[in-house]
Write a protein that binds this ligand. Structure first.
Ligand code: PMP
Length: 358
């Protein structure tokens, strides 16, 4: 069966080459005689995969060895509470920039452990923009400034990160490895795997040494970053499958020309759709121009009937999963790293045809 163009926000499209490779060797891993999924997470072969994955992650993010990489379970949502559990207590505060549902959830979880405060929010204009540095009120005494790099639901993205006197903590679930950008001011970077990395079930957490040093120790072992770093993410059974898959996705990035090439493609794909949104009155973009995401493109049509017709016609053209999130409405075209250029071109052409017909 032919693959459709899948605009799912996550779990999302994976590189076809990697899917094929994994399918081929799933029942019998080369030179092993059985599946990698039937192997101990403490085996030599898995240890090699784990180490290779960790070092490629740091390399692609241009980060040095003063960062530790953790490969964990529990989804990005677990980091919403694991981070404040490690870094806060009732006397300590952390600053948050509220730009989407996800940082809002993280803020709520932080209240269980400390006294989070809002340094900025784009809630006044329905999360259509990213607050600029001069709109932020950062408390220099806070432990960290939390932000969500790409806002999956509303389709906005930080173009640059705030100049902050305190370390940044960033949720990169929906745009990790999508572009070359300086991330060295981050004390913690984390991302759920189900968009740009691998199948669901893995969270990549990257933590800088000085932040690790500050982490609380009197907390449950599975929550303690110090313990998880000390045990090299193997305190309990690691999510073997998504880690193994991620290792190949990282090779795929290299084969495709590295992050530079991936970014070029992401900009081209998103630009194709933004051009159509701007060209035709029938479409209205959700995000404000300066903060548009290159991962999730959000827009609406003039009325419910047009929206339904658009979605129905798209399905018939094998353009699937374009319905927007209920909070933003309309259409959301999620085009992560593995989303093919041909799919973006096909959607752009469909938008042309639909606009001319209606
Ligand atoms: N952060 C962002 C930016 C997301 O888009 C999502 C979910 N899509 C999450 C966090 C939550 O991820 P998880 O379901 O892995 O907990």
């Amino acid at each position: 069966m032919k693959r459709k163009y899948n605009f799912s926000p996550g779990p999302a499209v994976l590189p076809e080459k990697v899917l094929e490779k994994v399918a081929k060797e799933l029942s019998c891993y080369p030179n092993l005689g059985y599946s990698i999924l039937e192997t101990s997470h403490r085996s030599k072969i898995f240890e090699q995969i784990l180490e290779a994955t960790k070092s490629k992650i740091l390399k692609y993010l241009n980060l040095k060895s003063n960062y530790s990489v953790l490969l964990l379970q529990g989804g990005a949502s677990t980091e919403f509470y694991r981070i404040p559990m490690n870094l806060l207590n009732k006397e300590k505060t952390a600053d948050f920039i509220e730009t989407d549902v996800w940082p809002k959830k993280a803020f709520k979880e932080a209240k269980f452990f400390g006294n989070p405060r809002l340094a900025g929010s784009s809630g006044d204009r329905d999360y259509k923009y990213i607050p600029s540095d001069d709109q932020l009120e950062i408390n220099a005494k806070s432990e960290y400034l939390y932000l969500c790099s790409n806002n999956t639901i509303y389709g906005t993205q930080f173009q640059n990160y705030p100049k902050s006197p305190i370390p940044l903590v960033g949720d990169f679930t929906s745009d990790i490895f999508s572009r070359e950008i300086d991330m060295s001011n981050f004390g913690i970077i984390f991302a759920g795997s189900q968009k740009n990395l691998a199948p669901a079930g893995l969270t990549v957490v990257i933590i800088r040494d000085d932040i690790l040093e500050r982490c609380n120790e009197e907390i449950p072992s599975m929550c303690s970053y110090k313990n998880l770093v000390k045990t090299n993410s193997l305190f309990n059974t690691a999510p073997v499958f998504p880690i193994y898959f991620l290792n190949y996705v990282l090779d795929w990035i290299e084969e495709e020309g590295g992050i530079i090439e991936i970014e070029k493609r992401n900009r081209y794909k998103s630009q194709l759709i933004y051009e159509k949104i701007d060209q035709y009155e029938i479409y209205t973009g959700y995000a404000e121009l300066q903060d548009r995401s290159i991962m999730n493109i959000t827009f609406n049509l003039a009325n419910q009937k047009l929206l339904e017709d658009f979605l129905k016609g798209a399905e018939m053209s094998d353009l699937t999963a374009l319905k927007g999130h209920r909070d933003a409405g309309g259409i959301r075209a999620s085009m992560y790293n593995a989303f093919p250029v041909a799919g973006a071109e096909k959607l752009a052409k469909y938008m042309d045809d639909f606009a001319k017909k209606n």
